[in-house]
Ligand binder design. Structure first.
Ligand SMILES: NC(=O)c1ccc[n+]([C@@H]2O[C@H](COP(=O)([O-])OP(=O)(O)OC[C@H]3O[C@@H](n4cnc5c(N)ncnc54)[C@H](O)[C@@H]3O)[C@@H](O)[C@H]2O)c1
Length: 386
């Protein structure tokens, strides 16, 4: 079987997920290319060496440019913090290498646009880590919407709420740095926006409201031995963002990104009301999709729960029996399959840099709208390609 050399930048939460997905994918999907873990880059040599060893990469470096330049690295996978997405992706594309990049695409619209345009000009495949779209139950939700089963789409209520920053003493990280693409909207709000676009379609205008609830955070964790750990750092990004959205098809929506929601571990959730029914979903129970269909027998009407099983898309690749449930890491394996399939067979992967750029435009529109307390049209944000 043909192989493809993988270069992975970053070995944190996402880096490990991606690495493990490459190691598993060929045993689950019929891949056209078998991934070979060629090189891992991390911020310093010690980290890179330790991660390369445990994740079984052949080589390691602390310099991502060396990884991009390495002749046996044929796919560049970026799981480094957001501000590094653009420089690494642009360097890889300049070498004609395809890129699999974590979300959000970039820190600024200009960077995102440069990435999208460079990928288009070079004709390289790209994929962005909006992994929740790969969930077979989300694909099923889209099939239900597109078949007209819930009728005309009327209302979308979406949220991405977690509690990992709910403690006022939670320390400062790159996720709180505006220059590094931080803030609840960029970090988690981008996921619910990706779902809204996937299920409902393009958004035409937004009206946002944002709040930085904790304008200072400790520079380092309480237990940290780093001197000066009691020093506080100013936070300028949003802890919570709420916005109204008007979709091009007339559907109206409310969306929320919130990392202060005590008790919420992964409430990436939506309710989509149509003229003939409703769909309800939360990532906290992501093997289930709730469907209500109108005109049921009075007194016997209610939601039915569609339980994930082999009739739902890629679920069957993992398990022949229904109800046994997929987990987060499986979504990453599906994602890795998408990019390998694009490179070895179909030529197309999704969501690509084009889709991620459209999501980035919405992030910018919401920020602008909240800052200026006004509706912001997506047409204002669009900037034509050179
Ligand atoms: N798709 C998802 O569900 C999901 C979930 C979490 C994070 N993310 C995204 O993944 C990316 C990484 O997030 P994470 O949670 O894994 O962060 P993390 O802090 O756990 O890992 C980041 C890694 O990048 C490394 N790094 C930093 N600077 C580097 C440099 N100059 N060169 C090479 N490596 C460098 C760090 O040392 C670390 O290993 C972010 O873009 C984030 O938005 C996506």
């Amino acid at each position: 079987m043909k192989t493809i050399g993988i270069g992975l930048v970053g070995s944190g939460f996402m880096g490990r997920c991606h690495a493990n997905a490459y190691s598993s994918v060929a045993g689950i999907f019929d891949v056209p290319l078998k991934p070979v873990l060629k090189m891992l880059a991390d911020a310093n040599l010690e980290m890179a060496e330790a991660a390369a060893q445990s994740l079984q990469f052949e080589n390691f470096t602390s310099d991502w440019q060396k990884l991009v330049d390495h002749p046996e690295v044929e796919l560049v996978d970026i799981t480094a913090p957001n501000h590094l997405h653009a420089p690494i992706a642009l360097a890889a594309i300049a070498k004609g290498k395809p890129v699999y990049c974590e979300k959000p695409l970039a820190c600024t619209l200009a960077e995102a646009k440069a990435m999208r345009d460079a990928a288009t000009s070079a004709g390289v495949a790209t994929l962005v880590g909006y992994n929740y779209l790969q969930n077979p139950m989300i694909q099923t939700a889209r099939e239900i919407v597109q078949s007209g089963e819930i009728g005309e789409l009327l209302s979308f209520r979406g949220v991405h709420a977690e509690d990992f920053m709910a403690d006022a003493q939670a320390p400062y990280t790159t996720r709180l740095d505006a220059g590094q693409g931080g803030g609840a909207l960029y970090d988690i709000g981008s996921h619910i926006i990706s779902l809204a676009r996937f299920l409902v379609g393009p958004i035409s205008e937004v009206m946002g409201m944002q709040r930085t609830v904790y304008p200072e955070r400790p520079e380092a964790a309480k237990h940290s031995k780093i001197s000066g750990s009691k020093r506080m750092k100013t936070v300028k990004v949003d802890d919570q963002t709420h916005f109204l959205a008007r979709f091009e098809n007339g559907c109206c929506g409310t969306l929320e990104a919130n990392w202060l929601a005590w008790g919420r571990k992964m409430n990436l959730a939506f309710e989509l009301n149509g003229s003939k029914g409703t769909l309800v979903f939360t990532q906290e129970h992501f093997n289930e999709l709730r469907l209500y269909q109108a005109n049921q027998q009075p007194g016997r009407d209610g939601f039915k729960i569609l339980e994930a099983g082999p009739n739902h898309g890629t679920y069957a690749k993992f398990c022949p029996a229904p109800g046994h449930q997929l987990g987060f890491n499986e979504l990453k394996i599906i994602e890795v399959f998408q990019i390998l399939h694009a490179l070895g067979a179909s030529g197309k992967s999704w969501p690509d840099f084009h889709e991620a750029y459209e999501i980035q435009k919405i992030l910018v529109a919401v920020n602008n709208s909240a800052k200026e307390s006004r509706w912001c049209s997506l047409d204002e944000i669009d900037s034509p390609s050179p």
